[in-house]
Design a protein around this ligand. Structure first.
Ligand code: FMN
Length: 176
């Protein structure tokens, strides 16, 4: 797959077979994460948590089901969740930190696509879980680290056709 093919084939996948990436695939995905740019080069303020523990995945999903009053599966049956946590430099997570975390997640999404694996950025259910100390405790984060976003990854039966990208899918201003 060429570089641009990977970009145009990537999509959010919400159907998984249940099979995890192999150890070699996971290594490649993590290498992509480790290649990401991060604000001010403060790699020490970021942490990846590779979660395959069903108990943790189910706790995140159960919390969302309780909040929405019906059974929901915000992790879409994926076998693997990788959290990106940050150690905020002030009281609240700021733009720099969210942006660094997004870079890391997107590098992993592109790596997963190149490997033929499904992936999807995850935020809503993780934000909700951040309010639950019992769930956060399960992440075993170092002190002062906060979950910023995450990505689910796994085998899928879906195909990855080249996507037609409409001109200005994102409105674009040219100041010539
Ligand atoms: C910051 C961010 C958070 C997202 N959170 C979720 C999420 O919690 N659950 C989900 O299913 N998709 C989530 N998505 C995926 C978006 O819905 C998806 O990227 C968008 O609809 C475009 O579709 P595409 O990724 O297939 O191009 C998130 C994407 C981003 C960038």
């Amino acid at each position: 797959m060429t570089f641009f093919d990977t970009i145009y084939r990537r999509k959010s996948v919400r159907n998984y077979t249940g099979d995890s990436p192999s150890d070699d695939q996971l290594k490649e995905i993590l290498k992509a994460a480790w290649s990401s740019p991060v604000a001010m080069g403060r790699f020490e303020d970021l942490l990846l948590s590779v979660i395959r523990d069903r108990e943790i995945l189910e706790a995140i999903e159960k919390n969302m089901s309780e909040l929405s009053g019906r059974e929901v599966h915000p992790l879409h049956g994926a076998p693997l969740l990788i959290l990106v946590s940050v150690k905020p430099r002030s009281d609240e997570v700021a733009n720099n930190e969210y942006s660094s975390a997004a870079m890391i997640v997107h590098n992993m999404a592109l790596a997963a696509t190149a490997l033929g694996l499904g992936s999807c950025d995850i935020w809503g259910s993780l934000q909700a879980a951040n309010e639950r100390s019992d769930i956060v405790r399960m992440y075993e984060l170092p002190e002062d680290f906060v979950v910023c976003c995450g990505i689910i990854i796994g085998a899928t039966d879906e195909e990855f056709p080249l996507r037609e990208i409409p001109e200005e899918k994102i409105k674009t201003a040219f100041l010539d």
